[in-house]
Design a binder for this molecule. Structure first.
Ligand code: 5CA
Ligand code: ZN
Length: 407
């Protein structure tokens, strides 16, 4: 699938001493250093299910991983970044039926809108952008492999993954069984389906249902379950160990737990990802912003109303990625004022020392992508006086390269 164009990233002067990036890992619930092997960072971020793109929750999550990519690039790493598009799944079929349109057209239209929103927001694109439909054969092959390994079984012709085949199942979310059961029911699982060996076992391949699309495969004509889509797409492009698997915190369980368990069984390698990084949920009026609740604020609507992409980035970056956050009009107004102050700051003929500002922004972002601290450092530079003639130009580059905002 076609990705979207990359904004230029200015090259910054290297830090006086090499710096280590640490991120919060959900599995160990602590900070872990990320040190990609051989200078290449491997990142998998779960992509959209294209039936109602792009709301501010999506934007916040992809902005988190954009920040991660920018830090890796700052370290001089190459970044192999894979993102999927769940371009066939129940929600797409439901939306298409509701609106009397073809599911393929919903997927195409919403994916295109997502690409244009990501481009406008200067979110760096993945190196591979892969749809479930185009990956159908490789997904089916992984299901066959899991069957051959004795980790899959059939329920009325549908194929299920057996969580008992994984030694480490549960090690990412660290949740008790009751919570796992509740989240599974809430997030696309079917814990109550009769015939399953364990209620937490997940669907790998579903036989074609009347009136639904299906793809021919050695498993019969049908379509894949959700988790195995990401497992296959990640394994085939990034190998058995990722540096980071990312997404919003609503993907911790069951999605990332089950993807990792399937990968573990298929490859014999653990962990699937060295760090599981999760972005908090963006809410509106006290509820998670979600398609199913319908309380969405769309990026395209804000941009069409004249909001500057840079202000939108600053509004989202003004709170830490890990926290659940409320979207408010005030946050956007404050970001617009900040953007204006920064523009005034870099239009000066001199300012406080530029290298110090760069160091402060790096210190903030290398410590679990602390964007509020990075923004505060730029605020302080703008508010201060100094005789560094080179600093306004350097600060503009720092803000562009590390925060993705063109001043
Ligand atoms: N296609 C799957 C992942 S394989 C999926 O979850 N799609 S999605 O369209 O529902 O979400 C895309 C990404 O946005 C996921 O990482 C999800 O965690 C994140 N996301 C969804 N809603 C919010 C929200 N309100 N706040 C922050 N992130 C969100
Ligand atoms: Zn996924």
């Amino acid at each position: 699938m076609q990705s979207w164009p990359a904004a230029d990233v200015p090259q910054l002067p290297p830090p006086p001493v090499p710096m280590t990036l640490s991120v919060h890992d959900t599995a160990t619930n602590g900070l872990v250093p990320v040190e990609p092997a051989a200078g290449t960072a491997r990142l998998y971020v779960c992509g959209i299910t294209p039936y109602d793109a792009t709301h501010l929750g999506h934007a916040a999550t992809y902005l988190t991983f954009d920040s991660l990519v920018r830090v890796w690039k700052d370290q001089g790493h190459e970044v192999l970044y894979v993102q999927n598009v769940t371009d066939i799944d129940d929600p797409l079929l439901e939306r298409a039926a509701r609106d009397g349109v073809r599911w393929e057209d919903v997927a195409l239209r919403e994916t295109e809108l997502f690409r244009s929103d990501m481009t406008a927001l200067r979110i760096l694109p993945p190196t591979s952008y892969v749809g479930a439909v185009e990956a159908m054969d490789e997904i089916a092959q992984l299901v066959v492999r899991l069957q051959e390994l004795g980790a899959a079984y059939s329920v009325d012709g549908d194929v299920y993954f057996s969580v008992s085949a994984s030694e480490h199942f549960g090690a990412i979310g660290n949740l008790d069984v009751e919570t796992m059961l509740a989240l599974s029911a809430e997030r696309g699982g079917d814990p109550d389906r009769p015939g399953k060996k364990d209620p937490l076992d997940c669907l790998l391949w579903m036989q074609q249902r009347p009136g639904e699309p299906g793809w021919e495969s050695p498993l019969g004509t049908g379509r894949p379950g959700w988790h195995v889509e990401c497992t296959a797409i990640a394994l085939n492009r990034l190998g058995s160990t990722l540096d980071v698997q990312g997404g919003g915190s609503d993907l911790v369980f069951p999605h990332h737990e089950l993807s990792a368990a399937e990968a573990e069984v298929a490859t014999g390698v653990w962990p699937f990802a060295r760090a599981y990084v999760h972005s908090g949920m963006i809410g509106l009026d006290g509820e998670k912003m979600s398609k199913s609740l319908g309380n969405l604020v769309f990026v395209s609507a804000l941009l069409a109303a004249g909001t500057e992409p840079g202000a939108l980035r600053l509004a989202l970056l003004s709170s830490h990625y890990r926290g659940d956050r409320e979207w408010t009009a005030d946050a956007l107004t404050a970001a617009e004022a900040r953007l204006a102050a920064w523009r005034a700051g870099i239009r000066r003929s001199s300012g406080p020392a530029g290298p110090e500002l760069l160091g402060a922004v790096r210190n903030a972002l290398y410590a679990d992508l602390d964007s509020p601290a990075a923004l505060a450092a730029v605020d302080a530079w703008c508010a201060g006086d100094g005789d560094d003639n080179a600093s306004p130009a350097l600060v503009a580059q720092v803000v562009d390269a590390l925060l993705g905002v063109a001043l």
